[in-house]
Design a protein around this ligand. Structure first.
Ligand code: MG
Length: 162
């Protein structure tokens, strides 16, 4: 069995007049994340972690914001494309772990839904999807609610047929 790890990070700016999507779930809040797609910062970090694990480049290379095809696209559709790349390379996801850094809104009431939604999209057990949310303790740009950032790590495996 071959195991490979991947790490992903993403950050988006919070602005007026946008809906907030985190982990494919719409979160009620006065602002949303700015981006070419729906700016789902958590899904973007997971996509980059998966791409990292298969040495498949990054989300910016795969889905450039200069391409009108991806304008306003729901990020779960980007994740599905990345999952297909992982599958084609012969890997299966063992587990995913994530950290969301958001001063606001408080995500504790949504973590379960985010976990369920991501496990459904990735077709892995809910127990294999870690969702953690924390504030930045008021420090820096994240602490002053200018944006939301996420980290993700994944482990993928390939069963070598001998
Ligand atoms: Mg992004």
């Amino acid at each position: 069995m071959e195991n490979r790890i991947g790490i992903g990070y993403d950050i988006h700016r919070l602005v007026d007049g946008r809906e907030l999507f985190i982990g494919g779930i719409e979160i009620p809040y006065i602002k949303g994340l700015l981006g070419h797609s729906d700016a789902d910062v958590l899904i973007h970090a997971i996509c980059d972690a998966l791409l990292g694990a298969i040495a498949g480049g990054d989300i910016g290379k795969l889905f450039p914001d200069t391409n009108p095809e991806y304008r306003g696209i729901r990020s779960r559709e980007l994740l599905k494309i990345v999952l297909e790349l992982v599958r084609k390379k012969g890997y299966k996801i063992t587990n995913v772990d994530t950290v969301i850094i958001a001063e606001e809104p408080n995500l504790s009431a949504f973590k379960n839904r985010i976990q369920e939604n991501l496990s459904k999209i990735m077709k892995i057990d809910k127990n294999c999807v870690g969702i953690k949310a924390k504030t930045n303790e008021g420090l820096g740009a994240l602490g002053s609610k200018e944006g939301i950032a996420c980290y993700a790590v994944v482990l993928v495996r390939k069963e070598n047929l001998l």
